[in-house]
Design a binder for this molecule. Structure first.
Ligand SMILES: *Cc1c(COP(=O)(O)O)cnc(C)c1O
Length: 430
């Protein structure tokens, strides 16, 4: 499979090239040249397939020229070594918990798949690769954990000092081995600026091979389609049309679900649920895409004013707004509504949702008001403990720490303080 740039001004790339480049040389996102189709028998028989087999059949067409079958199966076995439980909430609603991985946010699967793919590509290479990533919280932890111990790849994470949560900082700074945390005296935007500068720094060209691990990378994006296929396998027997409500920020997760649908998976509809950063909900009302600077909310992993993956969704529908509307609705919710949802889910069912999942729940409820015949799934993208302050103050209760988090609470933090770009360059050249 080849991937082309959505800016249409760069050479086509193989899967391997697309993963290593991250973004195409013309600044466009990579998109698969065609969407493979599952045979109808795949969905007839899906209940008899293991998750590993489903994952193999879904991803193989995208990567087969670059990753041999046996290697792909081995990678998937290591990436998918935790559960994705579906928890019933009411008669027509379940939540899909995507937070049982090592860093307790759904980004673990994509980050691990990217890490293992690069690990394979650079296994016997003379060249070393450095993954450079700026984080405001969840991404850094998932990337650090995914790449830990991968041969041939060094990971350098920049995070703003004092501006990530205690748990998030521990997830970045206690791993060691090939992971280095640079603690930046500045904001997330400063971290991002330094990373961008490094990518175009002539002093680094030819001396350090850099790549980025943010969500536009095809190896982080595509494996997210597996969540939707695993859910279909389990809920097919309900005999109802399924709808997915996805709490969305950069729209990579929901776009991967829509790819699964285009590959043949029966789904009635997708709901993109957002916080007050409502660029896409507005677009779905007006057909005008008008990006804005982001606003801070309690579901902060979705504080995105110009979602980077939305161009992929538009491409999937050839920019046909009416066709897209058949399959996608989008609604926006305030922090107040989100907290009320956390309370009402807890009061009705005893289930503790995190702020992102609660936004997903609200989107689903809104859609089902007019489509009561459907079976709805909202995605729980992070463990509530990662948003302890909001959740415990909203519910007046405390949460106990799961083992993944407990494990890092008494490990020693190791980071290197930097304050300007020259510090980063010096570090990379050493
Ligand atoms: C990253 C993230 C999201 C948003 O996912 P996108 O693919 O960017 O839309 C939602 N919830 C949590 C907890 C996240 O970390």
């Amino acid at each position: 499979m080849n991937f082309y740039s959505l800016n249409k001004n760069a050479p086509k790339a193989s899967f391997k090239e697309a993963v290593i480049n991250g973004i195409a040389p013309d600044g466009g996102l990579y998109f698969p040249e065609r969407i493979p189709q599952f045979p109808a028998s795949f969905f007839d028989d899906i209940q008899n397939l293991s998750d590993h087999e489903i994952a193999y059949r879904a991803l193989m067409p995208f990567v087969k020229e670059d990753i041999p079958d046996a290697v792909l199966r081995d990678i998937l076995e290591k990436v998918l070594d935790f559960d994705f439980p579906i928890v019933p909430i009411s008669e027509h609603v379940s939540t899909l918990e995507l937070f049982h991985g090592p860093t307790m946010a759904f980004k673990d699967v994509g980050a691990r798949f990217m890490a293992r793919s690069l690990g394979y590509f650079f296994k016997n290479s003379e060249e070393h690769l450095t993954v450079l990533v700026a984080t405001s919280g969840d991404t850094g932890g998932a990337v650090a954990n995914g790449f830990l111990g991968v041969d041939g790849v060094e990971v350098v994470i920049l995070y703003p000092s004092g501006k990530v949560s205690d748990i998030q900082e521990r997830q970045l700074t206690t791993l060691g081995q090939n992971i280095t945390a640079l603690e930046v005296d500045g904001t997330f935007d400063d971290c991002q600026r330094m990373v961008k500068k490094a990518f175009v720094d002539p002093n680094l060209k030819g001396r350090v091979k850099l790549t980025s691990a943010n969500s536009i990378n095809v190896a982080r994006w595509l494996p997210q389609m597996l969540y939707f296929l695993f859910t279909y396998k389990h809920l097919k027997a309900k005999g109802k049309e399924l709808v997915f409500s996805v709490p969305s920020g950069n729209f990579g997760n929901i776009c991967a679900g829509m790819i699964a649908q285009r590959m043949g998976m029966p789904v009635r509809h997708f709901i993109a649920a957002t916080n007050v950063n409502d660029t896409v909900p507005k677009y779905m009302q007006t057909a005008l895409y008008d990006p804005k600077p982001s606003t801070a909310t309690i579901s902060n992993a979705m504080d995105v004013g110009d979602p980077s993956n939305f161009v992929r969704i538009k491409q999937l529908y050839n920019d046909d707004f009416d066709q897209l509307k058949e399959h996608l609705s989008s609604y926006s919710f305030s922090d107040k509504e989100t907290k009320e949802a956390i309370k009402s889910i807890y009061a009705k069912t005893g289930y503790i949702a995190d702020p992102h999942g609660a936004v997903g729940y609200l989107g689903l409820k809104k859609y089902q008001e007019t489509h009561p015949d459907t079976y709805g799934i909202f995605l729980e993208t992070a463990h509530p403990v990662k948003f302890m302050d909001v959740v415990s103050s909203t519910l007046n209760t405390t949460l106990s720490l799961p083992p993944q988090i407990e494990k890092i609470m008494h490990k020693k933090k190791v980071s290197m303080a930097i304050s300007q770009y020259e510090d980063l360059r010096k570090f990379l050249l050493n």
